[in-house]
Design a protein around this ligand. Structure first.
Ligand code: NAD
Ligand code: UD1
Length: 338
């Protein structure tokens, strides 16, 4: 298919582009480079040699730029990764998250409607659930995001549902990601955050590099088996495969879906640290620090809907995720070239 990928140079989008292109899809990537470097495009092309991959630098909020991207391009489906994703930034600037994440999607949907494009896969998040009423989270869990980032994801899900109610042929997949980590097994592609990483795995790899002195574990007094926070980590390549499965579902089953993409089990911070040390053969220094405001003690996915409906389940284990994240970081200590 001819697929338009927004945010395709970002962490998850880039890995998914490689898998889409290797599967024979022809890609038109749109990214404003707000959180990505242009050199990611070269790596995508390197990992999917010979594939048809075009790139346009544009913002999804720019209706005129979208119009010219869609015009005559024969787009059949959209994968929508473009968005902002920092919880702390969203609390400091909620309007920015409403504008970029919700506003950007509204403009994208209008362009799709104008050009008769009826299929979209959207990057939602487990943050739409909020404080767990029961675990694992199933898709029917109460939706009560605790921050503007999560609220923007829920608002987009509702916008997609409204669009589906309005337009008979419109189909969407809202994929609620748990904690994507890891990197392409080649070591050529991975997560490249700006500045000091907020998330656990990029922080760990930078401690292993010697760039950061030690890991700070945010809280060891949670009601979890070892007192540290528990999350459902999944390999970014599994997540990429989930997108291909969702696209196939939209086309073959001709229905919309809202599904968790997680491994279906949780690991504590100390367990991730242990797995990282085993996978890399390095011992890392750490301190126990106070809890991070807004963190939830533990959660993981019920991933059975994705297994049943999409025929998808996570295949990589936690040590694979750590090994691949480390291979990427060790081979690219400064991230992607400028
Ligand atoms: P990322 O920041 O690496 O990728 C997002 C990409 O979108 C970047 O390349 C950025 O430049 C681009 N972008 C942002 N706003 C844009 C706009 N208005 N127009 C055009 N391009 C724009 O983030 P990621 O980790 O790859 O996440 C991809 C998507 O998945 C995001 O929507 C994010 O909210 C969602 N998500 C991520 C996680 C995670 O843990 N990484 C978890 C749940 C959901
Ligand atoms: C965070 C976001 C979530 C977003 C995801 C993107 C919050 C509250 N949630 O998820 O909305 O979708 O990032 O990947 O910000 N930890 C440490 N030390 C660190 C970093 C993290 O101990 O330096 C711990 C955290 O307390 C948590 C676990 O590691 O228990 C995972 O943290 P992180 O990678 O930031 O992901 P989330 O908080 O789950």
């Amino acid at each position: 298919m001819r697929v338009l990928v927004t945010g395709g140079l970002g962490y998850i989008g880039s890995h998914t582009c490689v898998e889409l292109a290797r599967d024979g899809h022809r890609l038109l990537i749109i990214d404003n480079l707000g959180n990505a470097k242009p050199s990611v495009l070269e790596r995508i092309r390197e990992l999917a040699p010979g594939a048809a991959i075009e790139f346009v630098r544009a913002d999804v909020r720019d209706a005129a730029a979208l119009e010219s991207a869609f015009a005559g391009a024969g787009i059949e489906a959209v994968m929508h990764f473009a968005g902002l994703k920092s919880v702390s930034e969203s609390m400091a600037n909620p309007a920015l998250y409403r504008d970029n994440n919700l506003g950007g999607t509204a403009i994208l949907l209008k362009a799709m409607a104008r050009h008769g494009v009826e299929r979209i896969v959207f990057s939602s998040s487990a943050t739409v659930y909020g404080v767990p009423e029961q675990l694992p989270y199933t898709e029917s869990h109460r939706l009560q995001p605790a921050n503007p980032y999560g609220q923007s994801k829920l608002q987009v899900e509702r916008l997609l549902a409204a669009q589906a109610a309005l337009r008979a042929g419109f189909r969407y997949a809202a994929l609620r990601y748990f904690n994507p980590i890891g990197a392409h097994p080649s070591g050529r592609m991975g997560e490249d955050p700006r500045g000091v990483p907020e998330n656990l795995l990029p922080y760990l790899t930078q401690v292993a590099l010697g760039r950061l002195p030690r890991l700070r574990i945010y809280g060891a007094d949670y009601a979890t088996p070892d007192g540290t926070g528990v999350r459902d980590y999944l390999h970014v390549m599994d997540l990429a495969a989930g997108h291909l499965a969702a696209l196939a579902y939209l086309c073959d089953r001709d229905r919309s879906i809202c599904a968790n993409l997680g491994a279906g089990r949780g690991y504590s911070v100390l367990e991730v640290l242990g797995a990282f040390e085993r996978a890399t053969g390095r011992k890392l220094a750490y301190d126990i620090a106070p809890r991070r405001p807004g963190d939830i003690a533990a959660y993981h996915a019920d991933a059975s809907l994705a297994a049943r409906e999409l025929g998808w389940k996570a295949r990589y284990g936690i040590e694979d995720m750590c090994r691949d994240a480390w291979r990427w970081q060790a081979q690219n200590p400064a991230g992607y070239p400028d």
